[in-house]
Design a protein around this ligand. Structure first.
Ligand SMILES: Cc1cc2nc3c(=O)[nH]c(=O)nc-3n(C[C@H](O)[C@H](O)[C@H](O)COP(=O)(O)OP(=O)(O)OC[C@H]3O[C@@H](n4cnc5c(N)ncnc54)[C@H](O)[C@@H]3O)c2cc1C
Length: 422
């Protein structure tokens, strides 16, 4: 069906997610013959999944507010984001025939919200640019002589590209392709790596059987989550084991780091942020006649059943009528999370290739000629389009870096096989 890859392609990109495809596009734009390899039968599976709930491509806030979302990695990501930031990404999508709009929260989506039309148009253009795609090619690391080893439908293949871009993703949703198998292979080659960890993930609390059975899946809308310096309004969801949802994801880095250090993290929820503590105390204290407490909370405080269940969670029967205690909990309900959910369930991964192991072009210092891009790099960011933007931006930078590497004066005399053996 498709042609076999040459034994020594000019450039190999491994990983056909947004980062890898963008690297391929940047290489092809410089006239480089690019071969893209992916373990899965088709490209961009996580990207397509991201499109199921509405593809949040990027964010329209001012650039000086956008960049700090990358926290500790903002400085090292800055050159890539300056060269290909939110507006450039929107222009790029527009050139593929996909218009975008800014949603109410400043998040940017394709007009039809989907990923598939964009990916289709992009693949069409990549093929027209001469990019060759090789699916069902699972990279297995390097052979002792530095060749890239692939498991393919035709058996094992060894390739010696002159430049390689790794865009293998993190380790969440492994059934879509990114499984983090690359981590020990890079570690063995002396690449500095941070352990992969769940980011934008849910957490386990350990609810009572009642709360787990009755309220798993129930949303908590219009709450404020506070954890030390972090404070954000939004929505979260109760699960059978704990909590998840956008508000929890936004706090996930802080919570994960605290759990790693101390074994647990306690955040506080304001269940009625639009009301002050005095109003809450007054309404609670108002006579409730023959009404149950649940019904009193619903009628006087407009508190839905899931919030009421959370309010009572862990309280002894005698405490449930303690009005002062309930009022305090309504404004600052402590929730102790004990473990992040497994990385496979997370939206994204933290950790990966440390920037100290990369030069400005995202080339590995330990492996000249090998570049890295996307989620496999050691950065994390909240949901809101920041993940995809950095994947596209670093993919483009790595692709351009690889093209520059191929054009360096000494490249004419360099042996293709030496690029992974340094
Ligand atoms: C449910 C969900 C919704 C999301 N929604 C959004 C959103 O709306 N906005 C946003 O910004 N981000 C979103 N994300 C995150 C975003 O999809 C990822 O950050 C992004 O896809 C990462 O891109 P990448 O190219 O680095 O890696 P990936 O997209 O993971 O691609 C890596 C590729 O490498 C291949 N690969 C891995 N190992 C090998 C190997 N050994 N050999 C060959 N191939 C290999 C994989 O098969 C895969 O195709 C979402 C994620 C999830 C899970």
């Amino acid at each position: 069906m498709h042609e076999a890859a040459p034994a020594a392609p000019e450039a190999a990109v491994i990983g056909a997610g947004p980062a890898g495809l963008m690297a391929a596009e940047a290489l092809a734009a410089q006239g480089v013959a690019v071969h893209v390899f992916d373990a899965m039968p088709s490209v961009g599976r996580k990207f397509l999944l991201a499109g199921k709930g509405g593809l949040n491509l990027t964010h329209a806030e001012p650039f000086e507010r956008f960049v700090p979302r990358y926290g500790a990695a903002q400085a090292v990501l800055l050159p890539a984001l300056q060269a290909f930031g939110p507006q450039a990404l929107r222009d790029w999508a527009a050139a593929l025939g996909v218009s975008t709009f800014v949603g109410s929260s400043q998040r940017v989506f394709p007009t039809d919200l989907k990923a598939a039309p964009l990916l289709r148009a992009w693949l069409h253009r990549l093929r027209a640019q001469g990019v060759a795609l090789h699916m069902r090619h699972r990279w297995l690391g390097w052979a002792d002589d530095g060749a890239l080893v692939f498991h393919t439908p035709q058996g094992e293949q060894h390739l010696r590209p002159s430049a390689t871009v790794l865009a293998l993703g993190g380790a969440s949703w492994s059934r879509l392709g990114s499984d983090g198998a690359w981590w020990p292979w890079l570690a063995a080659r002396g690449v500095p790596l941070a352990p992969l960890a769940p980011s934008n993930c849910g957490f386990d609390v350990g609810w009572s059987a009642h709360l787990a059975a009755q309220f798993a899946g129930a949303p908590l809308k219009g709450v404020v989550l506070r954890f030390e310096g972090f404070e954000q309004a939004g929505e979260m969801v109760l699960t059978a084991t704990g909590v998840e949802g956008s508000l929890v994801y936004a706090a996930s880095q802080h919570l994960r780091e605290r759990i790693a250090a101390e074994g647990a993290a306690t955040f506080h929820l304001d269940l009625l942020p639009a009301r002050d503590a005095d109003w809450v105390a007054r309404e609670l204290a108002a006579g409730r006649g023959s009404r149950s407490l649940g019904s009193h909370l619903r009628t006087r405080l407009n508190l839905p059943p899931a919030k009421a269940a959370l309010l009572f969670e862990g309280l002894a029967p005698g405490q449930r009528s303690d009005v002062a205690l309930l009022a305090a909990r309504l404004k600052a309900l402590p929730v102790t999370v004990r473990a992040p959910r497994p990385i496979d369930e997370a939206i994204s991964s933290a950790g990966g290739v440390r920037f100290e192991g990369l030069d400005e072009q995202l080339m590995l210092r330990a492996l000249p000629g090998v570049f890295c891009a996307g989620e496999m790099l050691d950065w994390e960011a909240p949901t809101g389009g920041y993940l995809l933007t950095a994947c596209f931006a670093t993919g483009r930078r790595a692709g351009q870096g690889a093209a520059q590497w191929l054009r360096r004066p000494s490249a004419q005399s360099a042996s293709p096989s030496t690029n992974a053996t340094a």
